[in-house]
Design a protein around this ligand. Structure first.
Ligand code: CO8
Length: 263
């Protein structure tokens, strides 16, 4: 697929999706969702891709939300379908077998915050701003934000952000655990790619199982979560990576992981 609203590139096993609609601060419309979905198809079918980094083009915005021009034309059914479509694509991001890092440069509002929340963790530039301003538009978050924000930062803080629609700074976002780390704008991508490269050296199977276990364990009782963990632990041992990782430690050398997700 030819991309017009995102830039999709792969370098050294790291995929980068850059939201790229400068005239609307990278806001998400139906075309962006279509292109994001197509890029995810490629990522899911290419085993050489080991980590995905999401970012926004330009210095001002990561993604300034869903496209309000488009939202303004929706009737009830179209709104519900667009919300569901976005949710399903963001679920795919969350469930991707590889880690996803959001490198948030500038505004991450509405759907922009919601994409970042569907990623595994967030790095932000000092000028990043997070918010769910939908309430000021007479609507509510519709790409999973009401659910994921509460799970990430707690119900009270999530309700405050959703009810007021106010933005928070990168520093505030770091303080409440929404963001892992904050960097000067010029260092953000370098930092995200450095972490991505460190993760890319690890075994694909153990990364997939670690991600799945944390995700699937988050909403179940501890006992059930620990059962999920034990099952995933067993799956890791079925991969050659477990032999390689433990063997390399004993032989005092660096492990080289070759395990495949298809095994
Ligand atoms: N949609 C469409 N266009 C946008 C958007 C957007 N979300 N955000 C910015 N733009 C456009 C502006 O209209 C402007 O265009 P133009 O130059 O043609 O007038 C251009 O981008 C630059 O923006 P500003 O001039 O406003 O730049 P400022 O620096 O003055 O302000 C802000 C930057 C604060 C980010 C401001 O643009 C803003 O408030 N944008 C809207 C943010 C927002 O409300 N986002 C939430 C949208 S709703 C949503 O995300 C719901 C998700 C779930 C949907 C469920 C399906 C139904």
């Amino acid at each position: 697929m030819a991309y017009e609203n995102i830039i999709f590139e792969v370098k050294n096993g790291i995929a980068i999706i850059t939201f790229n609609r400068p005239k609307a601060l990278n806001a998400i419309n139906a075309d962006v969702l279509k292109e994001l979905s197509s890029a995810l198809n490629t990522i899911e079918s290419d085993e050489s891709i080991r980590v995905l980094v999401l970012t926004g083009a330009g210095e001002k915005a990561f993604v300034a939300g869903a496209d309000i021009t488009e939202l303004n034309t929706f009737n009830t059914l179209q709104g519900k379908l667009f919300s569901r479509r976005g949710q399903l694509i963001f679920d795919r991001l969350q469930d991707l077998a590889i880690p996803v890092i959001a490198a948030v440069n500038g505004f991450a509002l509405g759907g922009g915050s919601e994409i970042a929340l569907a990623s595994d963790f967030i790095y932000a530039s000092e000028n990043a701003k997070f918010g769910l301003p939908e309430i000021t538009l007479g609507i509510i978050p519709g790409f999973g934000g009401t659910q994921r924000l509460a799970r990430r930062i707690g119900i009270g803080r999530a309700k405050e952000m959703i009810f007021t629609g106010e933005m928070i700074t990168a520093a505030q976002a770091e303080k409440i655990g929404l963001v892992n780390r904050v960097f000067p704008p010029e260092n953000l991508m370098e930092a995200a790619l450095k972490t991505a490269a460190a993760i890319a050296e690890k075994g694909k199977v153990s990364l997939r199982e670690a991600k799945k276990t944390v995700n699937n364990g988050a909403d179940v009782p501890l006992r059930v979560g620990c059962d999920i963990e034990a099952d995933s632990f067993g799956i890791c041992l079925a991969s050659p990576d477990a032999k390689e990782g433990t063997g390399a430690f004993l032989q005092k050398r660096k492990a080289v992981f070759t395990g495949s997700l298809l095994e």
